[in-house]
Design a protein around this ligand. Structure first.
Ligand code: FAD
Ligand code: SF4
Length: 520
């Protein structure tokens, strides 16, 4: 076969860059340029990626590739099952460079530090220049965040969030926040109480089409021993895999769930995984949706009086605030951030995190739901699984690997700061002003999990004691000297000081016993 003639640009499109209007396509000329995409094993095995997560990425990539082919965009695409697939990004890119001899590689900035390093390495090795363009699907740039942090001892979401609201004129009246407050947290975050949740609108899910069905079969064959469940039914996999589907999910959320989003943002309920959340993180992270259009849709709903200010502000803060903030932190602190372990946690992750088999009902619910759907909402991640690993003292890197494996929305730039910084306090307080710790009583207040549990959330030791409550006091004892110096922990440390030595000893012994019983 004759060798193809050299091309001008090879446009690199990764599995989480599935937007046709991305900056990588600016100036694209189908006569001189070509798009490159590859499905490789390595991206699903460097962590033990769940079946839901792998299926979502591959299906969305294949749908995107089809859209490009339908538009007659020249495309080199390596499917996972190609017998000549080297199963690594570098391997596939080297082959494409060899075949097409591009003058330059062009891509939108990747989300992962690890992937960026690999691609830079290939560019260096082949001496084909690499042009990296800004990702316009975010409000801010990594550089803007770095500028914002200059001269600040502590990084806090609130200042960054306000800066972005002002800069982009979001929920603003001149230079003041609409309604007079920047933050309506005190109106949000109720539990469902004894009565339970109000009617929960059925979430919009999509029955797997032919492409997704084929991918599901491939994943079930190829990654049979990976965690989680996956089948080609509406119940077995229903995530949006195209931009058109993602837009429908966004509209459905804005119309049906946003009005109660803020109020019940932190509430949890047995056998109710979806509640009033948006379920759009995977679509946002794969760039099926842009942050601008999501924030805009919520703001329009407020102006049309279709949703209250507290709900809209609470939702916008997650995307304009938290999402942009964690991205900034990731790029500011990588690669060192991955290694942080400020609390010197050295336990391993209990085996039940991979199958959900535990007598602690809150953990059993959250983990089983995650394995089935690839989804858990923020408070389940922060105040159930994350709280437990923090209190138990699991190595942050192991906790990170679990979160990155488990969720359909898991990509490292957003997952890592949430785990290392927010959930495990492994950065020593760079991101959060204090560790998010609580006893089982918090979980009892925010859910009905404890009602169906053999343990009692208000008991710290003894046969019925809730392991969260035991481990909470044990955590405070283990870290008393450092927590003593944190003004936001004063009250909790003061409560510890009131405890008798006898009780403290009983708690410590029980915590030790619990830890031993969870060693995998
Ligand atoms: P909603 O509750 O409806 O929120 C709307 C959107 O706001 C989300 O889709 C998301 O894009 C954004 N958002 C909300 N909270 C955060 C946050 N803390 N950081 C960044 N964006 C946020 N989010 C991910 O996208 N990927 C991850 O891998 C991820 N890992 C997490 C790990 C831990 C330990 C914790 C505590 C949080 C993690 N989050 C992650 C943040 C958050 O839990 C998810 O974005 C959210 O649960 C996704 O569900 P949703 O789309 O229904 O979100
Ligand atoms: Fe979880 Fe403790 Fe409540 Fe059981 S009692 S559900 S372990 S918080």
């Amino acid at each position: 076969m004759p060798k193809p003639s050299p091309i001008r640009h090879l446009i690199l499109v990764l599995g989480d860059q599935l937007n046709q209007d991305s900056t990588a396509f600016t100036g694209f000329d189908p006569k001189q340029d070509r798009v490159w995409m590859a499905e490789v094993n390595e991206e699903s095995t460097h962590i033990w990626s769940s079946k839901q997560r792998i299926a979502l990425f591959i299906s969305a990539m294949r749908h995107f590739a089809k859209e490009l082919r339908d538009r007659k965009v020249p495309l080199s695409y390596t499917p996972l099952e190609d017998p000549n697939n080297s199963q690594s990004l570098e391997g596939e890119l080297l082959k494409a460079i060899g075949a097409f001899q591009p003058q330059a590689l062009i891509m939108t900035a990747p989300g992962d530090w690890r992937v960026l390093e690999k691609i830079k390495g290939v560019s260096k090795q082949t001496r084909v220049p690499l042009e990296i363009r800004e990702d316009s699907y975010f409000f801010s740039t990594v550089h803007e965040f770095a500028q914002h942090t200059k001269g600040r001892k502590q990084l806090r979401l609130e200042y960054w969030y306000r800066e972005l609201r002002k800069k982009h004129g979001i929920l603003m009246e001149d230079d003041q926040p609409i309604g007079g407050e920047w933050n309506y947290d005190q109106e949000n975050r109720s539990s469902f109480g004894k009565a339970g949740p109000p009617p929960i609108p059925k979430p919009l899910r999509f029955k797997p089409d032919a492409i997704t069905t084929e991918v599901i079969q491939l994943v079930n064959d190829h990654f049979a021993n990976h965690p989680g469940e996956l089948s080609a039914t509406l119940d077995g996999f229903g995530w949006p895999v195209t931009r058109a589907q993602a837009l429908l999910v966004l509209t459905d959320f804005i119309q049906k769930r946003l009005p109660l989003y803020g109020q019940f943002q932190d509430a949890m309920w047995t056998k109710e995984p979806w509640l009033f959340h948006a379920h759009i993180a995977s679509a946002l992270n794969l760039k099926l949706l842009s942050a601008h259009e999501v924030v805009n849709a919520a703001e329009v709903a407020f102006h049309k009086q279709a949703a209250p200010l507290a709900a809209v502000e609470g939702f916008i803060r997650q995307i304009l605030g938290w999402r942009e903030y964690v991205r900034g932190i990731y790029w500011l602190k990588m690669p060192e951030y991955l290694e942080l372990n400020a609390l010197k946690a050295d336990n391993s992750l209990p085996a039940f995190f991979w199958d959900g088999k535990t007598s602690m009902h809150c953990l059993q619910e959250t983990i089983s739901q995650s394995l089935k759907t690839g989804y858990a909402h923020h408070i389940q991640r922060l105040m159930v699984t994350g709280l437990y690993t923090l209190l138990l003292g699991v190595q942050p890197k192991e906790v990170h690997a679990w979160y990155l494996s488990m969720y359909v929305d898991a990509v490292e730039w957003v997952e890592l700061p949430n785990v290392i910084g927010m959930s495990q306090f492994a950065d020593g307080g760079l991101m959060a002003s204090k560790p998010y710790i609580a006893t089982g009583k918090y979980i009892d207040r925010m859910s009905n999990y404890c009602k169906e549990c053999q343990f009692k959330p208000d008991q710290s030791h003894g046969q019925d004691a809730c392991p969260f409550t035991t481990l909470y006091w044990d955590f405070l004892m283990r870290h008393e000297s450092s927590m003593n110096k944190n003004p936001r922990m004063m009250m909790q440390v003061r409560n510890l000081k009131r405890m008798s030595d006898e009780t403290k000893a009983a708690i410590q012994a029980q915590a030790k016993q619990h830890r031993l019983s969870q060693q995998s």
